[in-house]
Design a protein around this ligand. Structure first.
Ligand code: ATP
Length: 352
């Protein structure tokens, strides 16, 4: 597959402050690529560098193999959808979507054909004459996307476009956006601080921290094999322990929990365990399982999932355990003793 975007060692400084540091990556044509990170990690700055609104301090970026050095935003084959959407509130849907094409001075007939085609694609036929202010949040979202896509960019940049929507609509729009992107085939680069958005929608996700990429991977790999403790803590839920010592394949947590983890070739400082990695009452026959005695502190039922907050007897460490969906937990009570196992492969250890 060809690369629509190549980013080579991009650094962006504001005075002495480095907002983006030596970031390199490629985006495949037609892919859904997300940049995931907390507030202030440099996501928007990187997006603005790609769009040409900010000039990189160092490094190079290429779109379809062409260097963007000195190319202004309007000459780049990218378009951007902002969180606030920046629609024209007094104009109707048709006029909002037609705006960019009219500015390019295309013939009226072509403008009409392309707008109609795009409104069909985003499911807004019949809404042409409505003012955008009279639309729902999700419909406005689709107008914003249509208005950008109608210009046929090679890349659509989306800056937290679901941030202003309520939770239910966000859940719905996640699925819609993913399907829309696959249907249209335009490359999406999507920035978000919401891991669930990034994991659900993307082919590839880059986790960003303090201006750098910590890991670039498929959503599945990010979750299953986080390469750094930052990623392990940021993506998905995890139980995080400080490691006190590691010798002869045995690690001891700060609170005195002893676990066997063979063959680490480094001195671990952190241990992560996913809530769903725990096994309740593991049978004696199971191999490579670390066993712990715990006490149930609380049972947390949220409608679709049940979790147990438990205390490890030997160490007093608190852990969160996810129960499988069909688990029989009616017999469990707060204060009960619990035998819990975890496979040694699911003890994720990190140096920092
Ligand atoms: P958020 O999710 O909160 O928008 P972000 O990851 O998009 O965060 P950026 O907006 O890229 O973060 O900002 C990264 C850092 O660069 C922040 O510390 C910010 O204060 C700083 N920064 C951004 N723009 C400028 C600027 N024009 N001048 C100086 N510092 C800036």
């Amino acid at each position: 597959m060809s690369h629509v975007l190549e980013i080579k060692n991009i650094t962006k400084k504001f005075g002495d402050f480095t907002a983006v540091e030596l970031v390199s990556f490629n985006v495949e044509d037609g892919g859904f690529f997300s940049i995931l990170g907390g507030s202030g990690c440099g996501k928007t700055t990187l997006l603005r560098v790609i769009a040409g609104f900010e000039k990189e301090t160092e490094g190079e970026l290429l779109i379809r193999g062409e260097s963007m050095k000195g190319i202004p935003p309007e000459k780049r084959a990218v378009n951007i959808v902002f969180q606030n959407l920046a629609l024209f509130p007094m104009m109707n849907v048709q006029k909002n979507v037609a705006f960019g094409l009219q500015r390019q001075k295309l013939p009226a007939k072509e403008v009409n054909t392309r707008v109609t085609e795009m409104l069909e694609r985003v499911g807004l036929v019949g809404f042409e004459k409505k003012k955008v202010d009279d639309l729902s949040g999700g419909q406005r979202q689709r107008v914003a996307i249509a208005r950008s896509l109608v210009l046929r960019p090679s890349i659509l940049l989306l800056d937290e476009p679901l941030g202003a929507l309520d939770r239910k609509l966000r859940e719905h729009m996640k699925v819609e956006l993913k399907i829309l992107q696959k249907e249209i085939g335009t490359t999406f680069i999507y920035i978000t601080h919401d891991q669930s958005e990034a994991l659900v929608m993307s082919d590839k996700v880059a986790v960003m921290n303090e201006g750098r990429f910590e890991q670039l991977d498929t959503p599945k790999n990010l979750y299953k094999n986080p390469k750094t403790s930052f990623v392990a803590g940021f993506v998905g839920e995890s139980n995080e322990f400080d490691v006190l010592s590691y010798a002869d394949g045995k690690l001891t947590t700060k609170n005195g929990c002893n676990l066997v983890k063979p063959d680490l070739d480094f001195q671990p400082k952190k241990l992560f365990m996913r809530p769903e990695a725990f096994i309740l009452n593991p049978s004696e026959g199971l191999h490579d399982i670390e066993r712990m005695d715990m006490k149930i502190k609380a049972i947390l039922f949220d409608g679709s999932n049940t979790k147990i907050c438990a205390i490890i007897n030997q160490s007093n460490d608190e852990v969160l355990i996810s129960l499988p969906q069909n688990a029989q937990f009616e017999d469990l009570q707060e204060g009960d003793d619990l035998k819990v196992g975890i496979h040694r492969d699911d003890l994720k250890c990190y140096q920092d």
